[in-house]
Write a protein that binds this ligand. Structure first.
Ligand SMILES: NC(=O)c1ccc[n+]([C@@H]2O[C@H](COP(=O)([O-])OP(=O)(O)OC[C@H]3O[C@@H](n4cnc5c(N)ncnc54)[C@H](O)[C@@H]3O)[C@@H](O)[C@H]2O)c1
Length: 464
């Protein structure tokens, strides 16, 4: 096809894709014959339910606290009321960015006492998520809690109960759970686009010191400037250690390692896309391969989980992989493998390829047939040819499809819009406390499996 004709056709298809999301999986079969894959742009219209004023506080103003607050403030009607953090430098930075008058504190309970605060964003180190979330709910605040919802599995049910009792919104912050790409992947899987699901392979690899959690430590870091005594109120007693404060992910005393940092995103994504409540069996193994900086959490880790059949999906197996010294240069992908194809989800985009088994069984080629006497081969060939048509031997063909989110699409903003809409209208959030625990429980079980060299059994319905 000539270049401009191809361009015109692509444009036409993109327009079709933009308005034709509800169409069947591959309506362009005849047009697509000359090309390997069709590309469609996902439709996106964000609706703003209301702009009623909502005032928020941030607890934990580190890297993600900055990102979350910036996105939250882009939702119409949302205002910042105060920031809490334990490291003095970050409170100083809060005033630099949001004005000298901003209320700041090292004690989150002071922030929770402000009656004009409707909701808090909990963006602290993992070990503080559940205690702060429970206290905030008890004070009548809605809570956006960063993933993992809990640091220990035993905290899951108390958080869920606190949310129920307070009747406030809890939204957990995992990557892309509110993405239009994940919603489309869910729709495609449910419609049978790749046949019956049997396996999910999820990978989050990195190559670099920051990717391996060695974030820059401020040059004034000390027990005083980090309010260390307060930091360890929820942990065992520990001597001040700057790494445990600023590289907390790598230490089991305060963080949850690869499992709570990255497996959790992959699991949350897999759960949204499959509609699953979770696995029933969990095993994990790992090693400290390269980042021997004092950490006690693996930098190379894999998990294997068995998901039972449910109303939403057939039984499938899920593998998780994180490698922080990856010669791939880093990669992030959730791959869904079914009986008729494979669906790769990368960021908000979806790549589908098909392979459909022919109805006729294999015969000839790399087979035992050629080892039989010639007369028998001929006789059996004739019988096979009489039984199976050419079409039955070839199998159904289906075109590859690519779905992309629009270039300026921001799923983080959609996640926050969903949170504030839920507060304003009462409609449910996508990632509530139960959803958060259904991802955190199996993720944290990976750490238990790794440390105790055990298979962990989990009830995905009862979350136990
Ligand atoms: N959703 C995502 O994509 C995503 C990305 C990065 C981080 N996160 C999550 O966000 C959270 C923070 O990660 P980060 O990278 O910003 O870490 P960070 O170390 O940069 O920030 C954590 C901040 O919490 C503060 N803090 C700790 N305990 C506190 C307490 N009791 N009261 C007040 N402040 C306290 C620390 O002083 C620090 O400034 C983690 O739970 C992490 O898993 C989520």
């Amino acid at each position: 096809m000539k270049k401009d004709a191809l361009h015109a056709r692509r444009k036409f298809l993109q327009q079709l894709g933009a308005t034709g999301l509800a169409l069947g999986a591959s309506p362009f079969a005849s047009l697509a014959l000359q090309e390997k894959a069709e590309e469609r742009i996902l439709r996106y219209d964000r609706k703003i339910a209301s702009t009623d004023k909502l005032r928020i506080g941030v607890i934990g103003y580190g890297v993600q606290g900055h990102f979350d607050l910036d996105v939250a403030l882009r939702v119409p009607g949302v205002e910042l009321a105060g920031i809490c953090d334990l490291y003095d430098g970050r409170l100083q930075r809060a005033k630099e960015l949001h004005g000298k008058e901003l209320f700041t504190t090292i004690n989150y309970k002071e922030l929770l006492n402000h009656s004009d605060i409707d909701a808090v964003l909990v963006c602290t180190t993992d070990c503080w998520h559940a205690p702060i979330t429970i206290d905030a709910l008890a004070k009548g605040k809605h809570v956006y809690c960063e993933k993992p919802l809990v640091y220990k599995r035993s905290e899951g049910h108390p958080v869920i109960a606190a949310a129920k009792k307070a009747n406030k919104v809890v939204q957990v912050g995992s990557q892309r759970v509110s993405s239009i790409g994940y919603a489309k992947a869910h729709e495609l899987l449910k419609a049978g686009e790749i046949g019956a699901l049997n396996m999910v392979n999820a990978v989050y690899d990195r190559q670099g010191s920051i990717g391996a959690w060695e974030y820059t430590i401020p040059d004034d870091a000390s027990a005083l400037t980090t309010h260390w005594d307060k930091f360890i109120e929820v942990t065992q007693k520990m001597a001040y250690d700057a790494k445990k404060f600023f590289w907390w992910r790598a230490f089991k005393e305060v963080g949850t390692g690869v499992a709570g940092d990255l497996f959790i995103h992959l699991l949350s994504g897999a759960h949204v896309i499959t509609g699953s409540l979770g696995p029933e069996m969990i095993f994990s193994t790992g090693q400290i391969s390269y980042w021997k900086d004092g950490r006690n959490m693996p930098d190379v880790m894999s998990g294997v989980m068995q998901y039972p059949a449910s109303a939403a999906h057939p039984a499938f197996q899920l593998t998780l992989q994180v490698n922080f010294i990856s010669g791939t240069g880093g990669q992030e992908i959730i791959r869904f493998i079914g009986s008729e194809g494979v669906m790769d989800v990368r960021d908000n985009d979806i790549f589908i390829k098909h392979s459909i088994m022919p109805e006729a069984p294999g015969f000839g080629g790399y087979d035992s047939l050629f080892t039989f006497p010639k007369a028998m081969q001929d006789r059996m060939q004739a019988a096979y040819d009489a039984k199976w048509t050419a079409a039955q031997r070839k199998g159904r063909q289906k075109d590859d499809v690519i779905y992309r989110a629009p270039a300026n699409y921001d799923e983080h903003l959609d996640h926050f819009t969903g949170f504030f809409d839920a507060i304003r209208t009462g409609k449910p959030v996508v990632e509530d406390a139960a959803f958060g625990f259904r991802a955190a429980g199996p993720a944290l079980a990976c750490n238990e499996s790794y440390f105790n060299k055990q298979v962990i059994h989990w009830d995905p319905v009862a979350m136990k």
